[in-house]
Structure formats: C-alpha cells, structure tokens
Design a binder for this molecule. Structure first.
Ligand SMILES: Cc1cc2nc3c(=O)[nH]c(=O)nc-3n(C[C@H](O)[C@H](O)[C@H](O)COP(=O)(O)OP(=O)(O)OC[C@H]3O[C@@H](n4cnc5c(N)ncnc54)[C@H](O)[C@@H]3O)c2cc1C
Length: 227
C-alpha cells in the first residue's frame, strides 16, 4: 500500500519505485510505469485534507501486480539515482509553490493594510504592521534568489540536491511565516472563511511535508555544511 499519492484519484498511470532485489539494498531500487487498469491496482477515495484542496490525493494498493519488463523506467538499478535527481526538482518546485504563496499573502496584506482604518488611520501607518510587511517582503526576495539558483542549476544539468533543499526549506518556512502574519494583519477577518488569509494559513502546511520534512532536510543541510 502506498499512501499520499498526489493525483492518485485522477491518474491514468503511476510511476512506482520498487525494491526488485533486496540484497542490493539501495542499488536494487527501480522505477516502473504502471497503467491504472493493470489487474491488482486499486485507488482509494480522495483524502479529506486541511488545505490544497484542488489537488486530489489517495492511497494506491498494489496486489500481485504483474507488468512487462519494458515498463521499467531507466536502466536496471538506476532507481536511486533517478529518485535523487527527481528529488532536487521536486524540492525546487516546492520552493516555487512557497514563493507563490508568499507573494499572494504579501499582496493581500498590503491591500488590506491600506483599506482597514482603525483609530482614525489605515493600519498600514502602524509600524508593527509595517514590520510584518517588511519581513515578508525580505523573505520573499531571499526565497526567490535561492530558488532561482537551484532552478538555474537544474536548467544547466548541474546536480543541486543541496541547493534545492536549502531553497525548499527557506521558502517554505517563509511561506509559513507569511501565512501566519497575513491572518494577524487581517485581524478577525483572518479567521473568516470568506477572506483569502485563512487559505494561505492552511495551504502552507502542505509545503512542510511535500518533498521531505524539514527535520530530514535540516539533518542533510547540517551534514552538507560539514557537521
Ligand atoms: C499534500 C501532500 C502530498 C503528498 N504527495 C506525495 C506523493 O505524491 N508521493 C509521495 O511519495 N509522498 C507524498 N506525500 C507524503 C510526504 O512525502 C510525506 O508525508 C513525507 O515524506 C513525510 O513522511 P511521513 O508523513 O510518513 O512522516 P514521518 O516519516 O512519519 O515523520 C513524522 C515526524 O518525524 C520526523 N522524522 C522522521 N524521521 C526522522 C529522522 N530520521 N530524523 C528526524 N526526524 C524524523 C518527521 O520530520 C516528522 O516531523 C505527500 C504529503 C502531503 C501532505
């Protein structure tokens, strides 16, 4: 059983990483192409989730599934290498999602800070609100630079698991910060389902897990830093 399969409920085929020779350990991993209609494949109903609700996820059960050898993707034993290269792309992509969330949260925060008048002034005039906007804007710029570095390396076929992991970690933490701050700037309306702020707050949680948790990422980053 594989759980948390993005697009599982709507997919026509699956790319599945399997252990084909346990004695070879990580070198015994291979990717396979498996069409949805293959006997033994079954997909659960979509999960009910906190956020990112336009993306459908499910479980995938594989029971005595048989596929032809030419459904293997890549050379034999190349699964780990392929996984690591995909992982860098997934982490850079997750960083890009985090940038989009930060950008939207920042734009809505600025607009609302100008609109909302309290104690006779738009809340944009208060320095503590300005500090939130300033921090969000700085985090956004830093996230973009880290992500552009990683994606530029991907474009040039340079391995960049470290750079992509750092970009994913930083941009996601910044998106969580932005999702928190936007709900504070909106005051009680940040708690209302009628406004956008709550969505940024809910959606940012997905970024923490997709592509690897931050506990795992930080462990790797510390090792790359020389620990
Ligand atoms: C919206 C969404 C979409 C997803 N899409 C996919 C998908 O398409 N394909 C896919 O394969 N997966 C997908 N995932 C799953 C995601 O990759 C996993 O949730 C993630 O890898 C973490 O695994 P876990 O949830 O089992 O957490 P666990 O491994 O159970 O971890 C629980 C906690 O323990 C910590 N922890 C675990 N091991 C260590 C360690 N060695 N050192 C320190 N801390 C540790 C974790 O960081 C976490 O805080 C998706 C998840 C979500 C939420």
């Amino acid at each position: 059983m594989k759980t948390w399969v993005t697009n599982g409920p709507v997919a026509d085929f699956f790319t599945v990483l399997c252990q084909t020779d346990p004695s070879k350990k990580l070198r015994g991993l291979n990717f396979f192409f498996i069409p949805k209609e293959t006997p033994g494949i079954s997909v659960s109903k979509p999960f009910d989730m906190l956020g990112t609700r336009t993306s459908k996820l499910s479980e995938l059960a594989l029971t005595n599934v048989k596929i032809p050898q030419h459904y293997r993707l890549g050379g034999e034993g190349q699964g780990l290498n392929n996984l690591l290269s995909i992982l860098a792309e997934i982490r850079a992509m997750t960083a890009a999602l985090a940038i989009g969330l930060q950008r939207a949260a920042l734009a809505d925060s600025i607009r609302y800070a100008h609109e909302r008048v309290q104690f006779g002034r738009p809340i944009a005039k208060y320095q503590l609100i300005q500090a939130k906007i300033g921090q969000m804007a700085t985090n956004l710029e830093a996230s973009k630079l880290l992500t552009y570095r990683a994606t530029n390396m991907i474009d040039n076929n340079i391995s960049c698991l470290k750079e992509a992991s750092i970009a994913k970690y930083f941009a996601t933490e910044a998106a969580c910060f932005a999702g928190d701050e936007v709900t504070r700037i909106f005051g009680a309306y940040g708690y209302s389902m009628e406004y956008s702020a709550q969505r940024y707050y809910r959606d940012n949680r997905f970024l923490l897990y997709g592509g690897g948790t931050h506990e795992i990422l930080l462990t790797n980053i510390a090792r790359w830093a020389g620990l």
